[in-house]
Design a protein around this ligand. Structure first.
Ligand code: SF4
Length: 497
């Protein structure tokens, strides 16, 4: 938790413009894509972890983390699931004399343990980047000896502001070393790739089967369901379907530029977006009738379930905080439920993510970038949503406030949440979180309950509890009519183009 001693503290001043409230008029976006402020205690991960986030599902590869064993331990678990990683486990003497020899030894050992692996990823970490190990040339040298591509993923933790830079580095590695290596033979009329789906609770399989019902063949799902053969042939498709714009946009645009493959932005969260996406794909590929058939069958199957859950969820208030993936899509899915979003935030959203979010939420909604636990605590305390959706880190915080919690988007959530049946799963999870019987018995701290007569009003937003600071009303960002640089300390303002 941030212990800010005074409203004039540097952290307080840096953080203020990262929170905005949507008001009518021009767009007000939170300050984003910046390094976290010292003292903020950010919940972001490093670029190395971002690369692991992308590449971990490629289980036919060997993954070697070149650095201290702590980095490998950190990168071994992704989205709540443990993956096999090898580590060079550097020690002090390797930092002094170089870790190249250890890397060569680890490459040989790992290949002996997994002889059938088709390719190897070697991840740089902070320490090996700082000492200047020439990982790239070692990888190139070892390729001949090991007989498979040895791909250097240049992702030291300090590269970029957050894990988002690691996502791009990972896709660059695939693009430069693997994609396009397979022969560009005949391209099927209905061959597609999906970009930006990570198979959380089997979501990739749901999407694949939905598209297969329309007669579409999915070649490769980056990276939820991808293997060596799929990746090297990923340039042999007619269309790319971009599911997560924040993480997948780079690859979709690069494939369009390099191979002329068009891409469509689609999302399968909530029935309205699923229907719109299937129609869009159908229209592009000339499969309109097939799309209508899949929509009719899918919606009919979940209608009785929706009639059970939706009336009870209408008018409920939700709060969201997770990476950056699919924020606007999730808000639209909640809209299908009749559930309003009171605040939403992400750890590493960029201007595009926040602009899309801003266009989706209702006036009055707060949008926060790179929130610390302290920030979330304030927002939960002030806005009191009925349900909070976030990663596993936020679960206990939410429960301490007596607010139902819904895990998203991680392996242990009750998903898959995509497609028609997925929306029913999602509605059921939100319903269970909101109406869990435990909330009837939970005794809340009078100071944290908005309904308590004894509750002391909070003095300010990024609050300081010292007596010297005067109270500030809970208006985190003020829109100055007709003036740019909105936000008390200048958030980002842009006109909708
Ligand atoms: S920040 Fe650096 S040291 Fe920490 S886990 Fe990431 S790569 Fe390893």
């Amino acid at each position: 938790m941030i212990a800010m001693s005074c409203r004039n503290s540097e952290t307080y001043m840096c953080r203020e413009a990262h929170l905005v409230q949507k008001r009518k008029g021009g767009i007000t976006l939170p300050l984003c894509s910046r390094p976290s402020a010292p003292g903020e205690i950010t919940q972001r991960s490093c670029a190395f972890y971002g690369a692991r986030w992308m590449l971990a599902p490629l289980e036919d590869a060997i993954h070697i983390v070149h650095g201290p064993v702590g980095c490998a331990y950190y990168g071994g678990t992704v989205r709540g699931r443990s993956f096999r990683v090898f580590s060079t486990a550097l020690e002090e003497k390797d930092i002094v004399f170089g870790g190249g020899k250890r890397l060569i030894r680890t490459l040989k050992e790992a290949k002996a343990i997994m002889p059938h692996a088709r390719y190897i990823f070697v991840y740089a970490t902070c320490s090996t980047a700082i000492i200047g190990d020439d990982i790239d040339s070692i990888c190139k040298k070892m390729e001949k000896e090991l007989g498979c591509p040895v791909i250097f993923v240049n992702c030291p933790g300090f590269k970029g502001d957050s894990q988002a830079s690691g996502h791009r580095i990972a896709f660059e590695s695939l693009l430069n070393r693997l994609i396009g290596q397979g022969q560009r033979t005949e391209v099927g009329n209905y061959d597609v790739n999906i970009i930006g789906d990570y198979n959380i609770n089997g979501e990739s399989m749901v999407l694949k089967s939905l598209l297969e019902k329309m007669g579409i063949r999915v070649r490769c799902i980056f990276t939820g369901h991808a293997d060596y053969e799929g990746i090297i042939a990923a340039h042999r498709v007619r269309l790319n379907l971009l599911v997560c714009q924040s993480s997948g946009r780079f690859l979709a645009e690069a494939l369009q530029k390099r191979y002329g493959i068009a891409y469509l932005k689609v999302t399968f969260l909530g029935p309205s977006q699923t229907m719109a996406s299937l129609r869009k794909i159908g229209q592009f590929l000339g499969l309109e009738r097939e799309a209508e058939r899949v929509i009719a069958t899918g919606y009919k199957a979940i209608k009785p379930g929706l009639d059970r859950f939706l009336p009870k969820l209408r008018g409920k208030r939700a709060a969201l905080f997770f990476g950056a993936a699919r924020m606007a899509s999730l808000i639209k899915a909640l809209d299908d439920m009749g559930t309003e979003v009171v605040f939403t935030g992400s750890q590493f959203g960029d201007l595009t993510t926040y602009k899309e979010t801003w266009q989706t939420v209702n006036p009055g909604t707060y949008i926060i970038d790179d929130a610390s636990e302290h920030d979330l605590e304030h927002l939960l305390d002030e806005l009191r949503p009925d349900v909070f959706m976030g990663g596993i880190k936020e679960q206990s915080l939410s429960h301490k406030f007596g607010i139902g919690f819904c895990l998203f988007p991680q392996l242990k959530c009750a998903g898959p949440y995509v497609g028609f049946q997925g929306f029913l799963n999602f509605a059921s999870s939100v319903h269970n979180a909101v109406y869990a019987p435990v909330w009837k018995f939970a005794k809340l701290n009078p100071n944290s309950s908005p309904h308590s007569a004894d509750r002391k009003p909070r003095k300010s937003w990024f609050s300081c509890h010292c007596e010297a600071c005067p109270p500030v009303p809970f208006v985190p960002s003020l829109q100055l009519p007709g003036k740019p640089g909105v936000g008390r300390r200048g958030g980002t303002t842009e006109a909708i183009s």
